[in-house]
Ligand binder design. Structure first.
Ligand code: OGA
Ligand code: NI
Length: 336
């Protein structure tokens, strides 16, 4: 079993985590991603704000989303407790098999063909569909996890679907355009744990990437920042508003909107003072559906810029080119 960062102590950053100079965290600029009030009365205006943010930044925060603060707080707390368990208690979830769920692992990655690691452990599980009678997929420890995680998962997924409805409205598609097969694939929750890092200037918690799914609902740590978003070539740090969620456009939403909404590169930096947790809920299309630009967004002036495909083809290209967004998108562009 590969060692978990969360069960080790490092006085200095091991060589295997020291990234090449061009991949290390650098300057950030002083900009903020938009904040959207989901309880505002004018739904049409909210939809337009979401579209604007998704076009310009690919990221936004949502407040007044209707999810109880206590559920959010509890989920963050219990997630942190999970990673702080002794190794013997969580080893049962550790697996090298990327298709196994739930799965606990630590990050190994290829950077410029050098084997380098990033400063993150993670725990992934399927949150939709779930059989309500089978509790065995949820960890039984820490106590309370198997109670709070299903509750949280359901709310987070519903929030994602609600935002998709606003997006459909804002694009003048049917309100339920994204319901059904486009959002009904396996939803996955990824709990990211970034331990205190001996030298955050040389390492990353997550390398720059775009998310492969339709839309992501992220609950960031409420104590420490870490998420950074690329905006016109500059990195901006996301400063989470208390009790807000961070939403971002995944690759599939960019394809379906024919490039109107942007799937934007982001990464996570580490901290030397504190460990950080983040909980990402990834909503995926079903494996059977054909993904491509929505017909309603295509006309004589605006032809499709992406071809049609199924998720399996996308995932194999994505996994073969992790972090190389230009090449991934290129594989699905219709060449002139
Ligand atoms: C992810 C991700 C960001 C974070 O899990 O894909 O981008 O803040 N996480 O941990
Ligand atoms: Ni991501």
């Amino acid at each position: 079993m590969e060692k978990l960062l969360s069960n080790e102590h490092h006085e200095s950053l091991p060589e295997s985590y020291i990234l090449p100079v061009d991949k290390r965290p650098g300057l950030i600029i002083n900009k903020v991603i938009p904040v959207i009030d989901l309880a505002a009365h004018n739904h049409e205006q909210t939809a337009m704000q979401i579209i604007q943010a998704a076009k310009e930044f690919g990221f936004f925060q949502v407040v007044n989303h209707g999810i109880e603060e206590e559920v959010m707080r509890e989920m963050l707390k219990i997630s942190k407790e999970f990673f702080q368990l002794p190794i013997e208690e969580k080893a049962v979830y550790f697996s090298e098999d990327v298709n196994k769920f739930p799965r606990l692992h630590t990050s190994t990655t290829r950077v410029n063909k050098l084997e380098k690691k990033v400063w993150r452990d993670y725990f992934k599980f399927v949150c939709h569909p779930v059989d309500p009678h089978s509790m065995d997929q949820w960890p039984q420890i820490p106590t309370g996890f198997s109670e709070i995680a299903p509750k949280y998962s359901k709310f987070a997924r519903e929030l994602g679907l609600k935002i998709l409805e606003f997006i459909a409205q804002g694009l003048k598609l049917d309100d339920n355009y994204f319901n059904g097969e486009l959002s009904d694939g396996t939803s996955i929750i990824n709990i990211n744990y970034y331990p205190q890092c001996p030298d955050p200037s040389l390492a990353l918690g997550l390398l720059s990437h775009c998310d492969p799914n339709l839309i992501t609902v992220l609950l960031p740590d409420d104590q420490v920042n870490g998420l950074q978003v690329l905006h016109h070539g500059d990195w901006i740090s996301v400063d989470p508003i208390p009790n807000a969620f961070v939403i971002n456009v995944g690759h599939q939403l960019e394809f379906i909107t024919n490039g109107l909404l942007k799937s934007v590169e982001h990464r996570a930096v580490t901290s030397s003072n504190m460990s950080r947790i983040s909980i990402a809920t990834f909503i995926y299309p079903s494996s059977e559906c054909v993904i491509g630009p929505a017909k309603q967004l295509i006309d004589e002036k605006n032809g499709p810029i992406f071809r049609e495909f199924k998720l399996k083809e996308f995932m194999s290209i994505y996994n073969g080119h992790i972090g190389d967004t230009a090449n991934i998108m290129d594989a699905f562009k219709i060449k002139a």
